[in-house]
Design a protein around this ligand. Structure first.
Ligand SMILES: Cc1cc2nc3c(=O)[nH]c(=O)nc-3n(C[C@H](O)[C@H](O)[C@H](O)COP(=O)(O)OP(=O)(O)OC[C@H]3O[C@@H](n4cnc5c(N)ncnc54)[C@H](O)[C@@H]3O)c2cc1C
Length: 421
């Protein structure tokens, strides 16, 4: 057998910069399909799973969860997953209560899906991170190196050389940027981003409450931005409270008692007594889309490629769709004897994902603009729009199917099918 010396000299088939939720999901998908993978993260996995690292919880679409199930993660994730049975969207006013115009998405309307599936699942990011890290540790074709930052890369005809902050260099056929919004791989490729900052910061925390939430997620549209109460396991909710940055800063710094008084004015009394169940976090919000998702022997996924407003909890789901599309493009190319960094495979990935991500980012942007204000005319118009969608069953079902991520040209993993090794 003739071995290509350039391929033989590689440390791995693929190097992934960033071992976050998208990076490790891709690493597992590729390793399970028979490729060797190195994922490098600036932070060790145990620190990423600590309750103080990331206070967010993610609304995981049905299709995204199906991919994790296909990768063998369902048993580990399920004990932490809260089914979303219903979503109530209301145009509200602080202390003025919710408007009568609300929009209800009820999973029972999607009874065509097998087993009475939920609209989605709420999962704390720390549990997702811990589950991915544990699965990565068991996968022999996958090496996770941390803590070390990736500082850049250079591509040539035979492969890529990836540089690490500790001075090491690693060789592979393909490098993937999965290191979030400040991607060093994207910068090294000279790819610019377009976007803007929102004059909004999301204050995030988890609360415990007396009465069961019955799997109902609430989203109130307040003039400063959306206020979401997202159901978690064990009578808890994750709060995503969007405010102007100065107010968000004050909310983060004030005493627990003052914060709870402000929170209660929005949260209402329907779940009984409410108490804080963890630290408060603040996330400044912005829109950011990379002008290209690929370069020779390089691809971007997740927030490194696109960061969207969290108004509908879609950012990670969009990133997981990148993972499924990129994994399938690469594995299909390798299976027919092409190199792992094949340019046509990367072009297929970009065609698959760029339109979907850009349109999703812009739709979220428009939603945020229409709902985060108190102009009387817009209030009236959006109230009417919500009433129309609420009154028309097929429109509601369309939005539910879109949010579940189960429509369009789905890669195999999102359909719950494994990429055969
Ligand atoms: C308030 C809020 C609520 C949200 N809610 C939802 C939701 O309900 N549903 C949803 O789908 N999405 C949601 N999102 C979006 C979601 O959190 C992000 O889209 C998701 O975290 C992106 O994952 P990622 O793996 O691409 O990037 P990141 O989570 O940013 O991970 C990047 C990883 O790379 C590492 N890293 C960074 N730089 C380097 C480097 N130079 N070298 C090596 N490693 C590096 C980091 O340590 C990290 O582990 C929300 C976002 C916000 C702000």
């Amino acid at each position: 057998m003739v071995t290509n010396p350039e391929v033989a000299a590689r440390d791995a088939d693929v190097i992934i910069a960033g071992g976050g939720m998208t990076g490790l999901t891709l690493a597992l998908a590729l390793a399970q399909a028979g490729l060797s993978v190195i994922a490098a993260d600036a932070e060790v996995a145990s620190a990423q799973a600590a309750p103080t690292y990331d206070g967010r919880s993610s609304a995981i679409a049905y299709a995204s969860f199906r991919m994790w199930a296909a990768l063998g993660l369902a048993d580990a994730l399920m004990p932490h997953a809260q089914r979303i049975e219903k979503i109530l969207v209301t145009d509200g006013r602080v202390r003025g209560g919710a408007s009568l115009l609300s929009l209800v998405f009820d999973r029972r309307e999607l009874d065509d899906r097998a087993g009475g599936e939920a609209l989605g699942y709420m999962l704390e990011n720390r549990h997702i991170r811990a589950t991915l890290a544990a699965a990565a540790a068991k996968q022999s074709a996958l090496t996770l190196i941390a803590p070390v930052a990736v500082t850049g890369y250079a591509a040539d005809a035979g492969g890529v050389t990836v540089t690490l902050a500790d001075g090491r260099t690693l060789r592979a056929g393909l490098v993937v940027g999965a290191e979030g919004r400040r991607s060093t791989i994207r910068a090294a490729a000279g790819i610019r981003t377009t976007g803007w900052k929102y004059d909004q910061t999301a204050v995030v925390c988890t609360v415990a409450h007396q009465k069961p939430h019955d799997g109902v997620a609430h989203e109130y549209f307040l003039p400063s931005g959306p206020f979401a109460m997202l159901p978690l396991t064990q009578n808890r909710c994750n709060i995503v409270w969007t405010e102007r940055p100065a107010i968000a800063d004050a909310l983060k710094k004030m005493s627990d008692a003052d914060f709870m008084a402000e929170l209660s004015a929005r949260f209402g009394a329907h779940l009984g007594a409410v108490s804080l169940a963890g630290p408060r976090f603040a996330y400044p919000l912005s829109l950011q889309i990379a002008e290209k998702f690929i370069a020779p022997r390089m691809a971007l996924i997740g927030d490194a490629a696109h960061g969207v407003h969290p108004i509908a909890g879609q950012g990670l789901n969009v990133g997981l769709r990148d993972v499924a599309a990129l994994a399938e493009s690469i594995v299909d190319a390798v299976r027919v004897g092409l190199d792992v960094g094949d340019g046509e495979a990367l072009a297929r990935y970009q065609r698959w994902r760029r339109f979907d991500t850009t349109s999703m980012a812009l739709v979220m942007d428009v939603f945020n603009r229409v709902f985060s204000n108190d102009f009387p005319v817009l209030r009236q118009l959006r109230g009417r729009g919500m009433a129309v969608v609420d009154a028309i069953g097929p429109a509601r079902r369309f939005f539910m199917r879109e949010a579940a991520g189960g429509s369009g040209d789905l890669p195999k993993l999102l359909k719950g099918e494994a990429l055969a090794a």
